[in-house]
Design a protein around this ligand. Structure first.
Ligand SMILES: C[S@@+](CC[C@H](N)C(=O)[O-])C[C@H]1O[C@@H](n2cnc3c(N)ncnc32)[C@H](O)[C@@H]1O
Length: 264
């Protein structure tokens, strides 16, 4: 049976980066013309992309052009449902957010554009590499530099492990422990629509990651470590993530945010 994923490079200039990543995670690595896996993390001269070779589609992250830049320029600012859900308020410093399910970093970037310091946690090293590459490519942009100054960094780790360590350090009275104000969750759920109508991004993510099975555990630890609230993004009409009832809901056309207030 062929492996699901490999890494590849399109030139001698990108070979080293592809090889280093492949060695770290024990993936096959070859020139892009010789790939025979369903998916490959492809290091091109412009960006790192994730290719689905069965469907001949590819995704990469771009903070400076396309949908993300458009959303940042015209996206509705503080009036957006996501801003209400995280509790952004006029005259109050934007909350420090841990996005515990970073994915393709779209929501994290919207939160960063709203002025929030954001730590992105992503357990798939492949997806974390796409984010890291997008951050590196955006580093020279003036607007993005402000975002980096406020705080926008990715950690390739399970958020359950990260938040558990944070909690243990707080219990040990470590002086440097800072709990996030808000923990944001948008886990992968089994797709209800037929795959042809599912967006390209989601098709590739689903093939690489399937769906997240440990969201109950993640919500539990998030509720213990968020200083102010936990926000769970759900498709409108979907069931709650667990049987713990949210404090209230913020709804938009297609999306529902379940808000769990944790501050006493
Ligand atoms: C639906 S995607 C998130 C999409 C994201 N909100 C965006 O705007 O692009 C869910 C992501 O969360 C990640 N994830 C799920 N559970 C996680 C966990 N416990 N720790 C870290 N990452 C997790 C998955 O690997 C996947 O990439």
């Amino acid at each position: 049976m062929k492996a699901l994923i490999s890494t590849s490079y399109t030139s001698e200039d990108t070979k080293q980066a592809a090889t280093t990543f492949a060695k770290k995670f024990n993936y096959p690595c070859q020139n892009n013309t010789e790939v025979n896996t369903s998916l490959n993390l492809n290091y091109t001269d412009e960006y790192v992309e994730l290719r689905d070779n069965d469907k001949n589609i590819a995704i990469h992250i771009d903070f400076l052009s396309g949908n993300l830049a458009h959303r940042q320029q015209y996206g509705g600012g503080r009036g957006q449902s996501i801003a209400k859900a995280i509790g952004l308020k006029q005259g109050v410093a934007p909350p420090f957010v841990v996005d515990a399910t970073a994915g393709l970093a779209k929501d994290a970037y919207v939160l960063a554009c709203l002025g929030c310091p954001v730590i992105l946690l992503e357990r798939s090293p492949v997806i974390a590499e796409l984010i890291e590459d997008a951050i590196e490519r955006a580093r020279d942009d003036e607007h993005f530099q402000n975002i980096l100054k406020t705080g926008f960094s990715v950690i390739a780790e399970s958020s359950i492990d990260y938040l558990t360590q944070l909690k243990n350090s707080a219990n040990d009275n470590c002086p440097d422990v800072i709990y996030p104000d808000v923990i944001y969750l948008d886990p992968m759920y089994p797709e209800r629509k037929k795959s042809a109508s599912v967006k390209k991004n989601m098709q590739i993510l689903q093939k690489l990651l399937r769906h997240d099975e440990d969201t109950q555990e993640l919500l539990n630890i998030a509720l213990k470590t968020a200083k102010k609230r936990v926000v769970v993004k759900r498709p409108k009409g979907a069931k709650n993530l667990t049987n713990i009832k949210p404090t209230y809901l913020v709804e938009s056309k297609k999306t529902r945010y379940d808000v769990y207030i944790t501050s006493k």
